[in-house]
Design a protein around this ligand. Sequence first.
Ligand SMILES: Cc1cc2nc3c(=O)[nH]c(=O)nc-3n(C[C@H](O)[C@H](O)[C@H](O)COP(=O)(O)OP(=O)(O)OC[C@H]3O[C@@H](n4cnc5c(N)ncnc54)[C@H](O)[C@@H]3O)c2cc1C
Length: 570
Amino acid sequence: MRALDTDILILGSGGAGLFAALHAHAADPSLAITVAVKGLLGKCGCTRMVQGGYNVALAKEDSVERHFMDTIEGGKWLPDQELAWQLVTLAVERVRELENELGCFFDRNADGTIHQKAFAGQTFDRTVHKGDLTGIEIINRLAEQVWARRIGRLEEHRAVELVKTKDGAALAGVLMIDMRAGDYVFVRAKAVLLATGGGPTMYRYHTPSGDKSCDGLAMALRAGLPLRDMEMVQFHPTGLLAGAHTRMTGTVLEEGLRGAGGYLLNGAQERFMPRYDPLAERATRDFVSRAMVTEMRKGKLTPNGGLYIAMGHLGPEKVARDFKGMVERCADCGFDLAGGLVEVVPTAHYMMGGVEFAPDCTTALPALFVAGEDAGGVHGANRLGGNGVANSTVFGAVAGDSMAGWVKREGALREPDRAAIDAAIARCEPRIAAAHGALEPLRERLYDVMWDKVGIIRERAGLEAALAELEEIAGELEACGIADANRAFNLSWHDWLNLRSLTEVSRVIAQAALAREDSRGAHFREDFPQTGALERSAYSSVRAGAGVTMKPVAFTRVRPGESLLSRGAS
Ligand SMILES: Cc1cc2nc3c(=O)[nH]c(=O)nc-3n(C[C@H](O)[C@H](O)[C@H](O)COP(=O)(O)OP(=O)(O)OC[C@H]3O[C@@H](n4cnc5c(N)ncnc54)[C@H](O)[C@@H]3O)c2cc1C
């Protein structure tokens, strides 16, 4: 096993990881910073896939208070208000930094101000964007800046275990697999950032990048950390539905389509959203996704079993101009988005849940920091479109500043618990024996159980059945192993590890969904359809082996029924 030492180890190179690297380096250029990533730096993760854009209160008529209230009300009063406040206030700084220091070009108005477009669920059009493929601009510029600095890179290195000191008092480092060689590497670090980006890829239809398999959340669970809001999985209403034969199925068609006035139609080409909500297609994602499933249950389906989105009434030329990327993506799959109908289905998109953390990105485990989609509490029960990339860049930067300070104050290289490393290696070694292809049926079972029983509409019996089935899948995964003993770039091995992380995290999603006996935001229980009293809002907190605890939300800035806007803010 190779051993490396570094001051700061960052796991993941999305918006959170790269911002953390740049900020830690700016705080102290003498620090040894290493970014370890499962894919290639700048080419993987979901920040690169961001389409619609980035929420930030820039316009004179808008305010951070308004953005905050939208975030709290969108999150159904479950967000941690201090985290949400950090999000909305620091987003302003981050967008300025992206433009003025890092070189991003966002779309502009004729008067030179930044163009901000409409996204669903917001009271102001505040989404900054670069066409409809904003993430490529952000990640390319961030990656260039990281490459230009003395920041170490471990690409195609997969983190597999957070290893503590022998007394368990702090994190000592991270065990990884160098995927190219198949060897283990232990990286000792004074501070570690978990920024592996969550990613609900355990559902039949899902949007996140293929490198994401909830590894970070699974590692945090095994390290004994509490995760919050795990029942809150966001489904994006408009996943492309192009048949089972293509990986394009499930990929997202951006929110701006509904924001701009797109219609959702059932298989009989009838518009249905106005029957479910006065905001119709511009209602929040949770509401639209649920209405879509309800409509699908009525049986008027498209050829592939979903619904349609139609944009043609807005003018095909305008649609082709404003949504070039989306129109091309649909054309690749044989659909005419500008003038015709495109088949869509709700698709698992984002995890509001994640590791419990403080506004300075510290966690319950000294030396471990968390940011981005691995972190829980910013969005509560529902993430507004555009608040995801804001979240990863804002808290990535906070984590970079915070880790640099921590290393200076109390950072030391600590001795890892050698027995824990040995146990983690043993855990990663699959049985070499299985019949070829044994993993695929298990993946299909996982997809089905999560989609059918822990999906958009849930109820007790289904969740209990899901937990039993997930237990079986976990057991069968251990038993099945893989067929090929070659360690270098063994994708079956990594798939096996992916499925184990996904199954571990699926179990806590189902447990938290069972524990929350009301319906709120992304979580809907047919057997408990009402939202509980907002004043007594509680969030779920789950630890491996310790079950779920419901903890009261602290209304530190505003209480249900109040608004920061009515207190005189603009
Ligand atoms: C298609 C799509 C469109 C989106 N559009 C928008 C939008 O318009 N607006 C918005 O606000 N949000 C959007 N989002 C959400 C947004 O992308 C995410 O909220 C955000 O980018 C997450 O950033 P992150 O840094 O936490 O994770 P990511 O950017 O996903 O990065 C995670 C990183 O961790 C690495 N990693 C994973 N596992 C390991 C491991 N075991 N070891 C080492 N590295 C690991 C990955 O390779 C990757 O580099 C979209 C998401 C998708 C999928």
